[in-house]
Design a protein around this ligand. Structure first.
Ligand code: 13P
Length: 251
């Protein structure tokens, strides 16, 4: 059975002090759930938060990762730098990166590979826009986003990766996918991977992201192919983030 996983994506929020206070609040309320909890914080806060999560059950991650190992790439942060600060996860291909900063399927695949080179678990974000959904292109978009990574990294790489399904129309809009809409796509993703490797698909954690909140998380997480969440806005408050974490199914 797959372990549940909830990851907070703080995006570009917080001061140095508020970030530390939020991490401390989360750690204080962790309890003894069998599910895993992690936070993907702004790069600049990674050193501070790394010291706080050290020795606790709270995992740390970055919101992006360079597509190259090292060298003359001004402004980038490499996998080895992140790994030195104890990052366990790195988001790759978040829709905000794809749409505002030009991350392409090819660069997302390169970031995915760079993360794995250093033992960091890439959290590959996929999802369709509203326009694509209305044109019945959801599955085609997801195929393309997955294929780029499968052809660069190989299917076996998915034994050490997480996928996050984040419908772009649900991110930060308050419009959550219904439990059934999300389950349909999660099931599709799992079947797509299963067609290439059954056992990897069965063990793959697929998270839902997009306006997940304390009052809708339980319904989403109860779905058979939804293994947890990637949480934006609601992860900026320790109490609501922990409520979402405590809504995961027991394994
Ligand atoms: P919201 O939870 O704020 O909709 O953000 C989702 C997201 O983008 C997480 O990566």
């Amino acid at each position: 059975m797959r372990q549940s996983l909830v990851i907070g994506n703080w995006k570009m929020n917080g001061t140095r002090e508020s970030a530390k206070a939020l991490a401390q609040g989360i750690i204080a309320g962790l309890g003894s759930s069998s599910a895993e909890l992690a936070i993907c914080v702004p790069y600049i806060h990674i050193a501070d938060i790394s010291a706080l999560v050290n020795g606790t059950a709270l995992g740390l991650g970055s919101q992006n990762i360079a597509d190259k190992a090292s060298g003359a790439y001004t402004g980038e942060i490499s996998a080895s730098m992140l790994s030195e600060f104890g990052c366990k996860y790195a988001l790759v291909g978040h829709s905000e990166r794809r749409s505002y900063y030009g991350d392409t399927d090819a660069s997302v695949a390169a970031r995915f590979c760079q993360a794995q080179e250093k033992g960091i678990i890439p959290v590959l974000c996929v999802g369709e826009t509203l326009e694509e959904r209305e044109q019945d292109k959801t599955f085609a978009v997801i195929n393309e986003q997955l294929d780029a990574v499968i052809s660069a990294a190989g299917i076996a790489a998915f034994s050490k990766a997480v996928i996050a399904y984040e419908p772009v129309w649900a991110i930060g809009t308050g419009k959550t996918a219904t439990d059934e809409q999300a389950q349909e796509v999660h099931h599709y993703i799992r079947q797509y991977i299963a067609a290439k490797d059954q056992s990897i698909a069965e063990n793959l954690q697929i998270l839902y992201g997009g306006s997940a909140k304390p009052d809708n998380a339980q319904g989403l997480f109860a779905m058979p192919d939804i293994d947890g969440g990637l949480i934006g806005g609601a992860s900026l408050d320790a109490e609501s983030f922990l409520k979402i974490y405590n809504s995961t199914k027991a394994v």
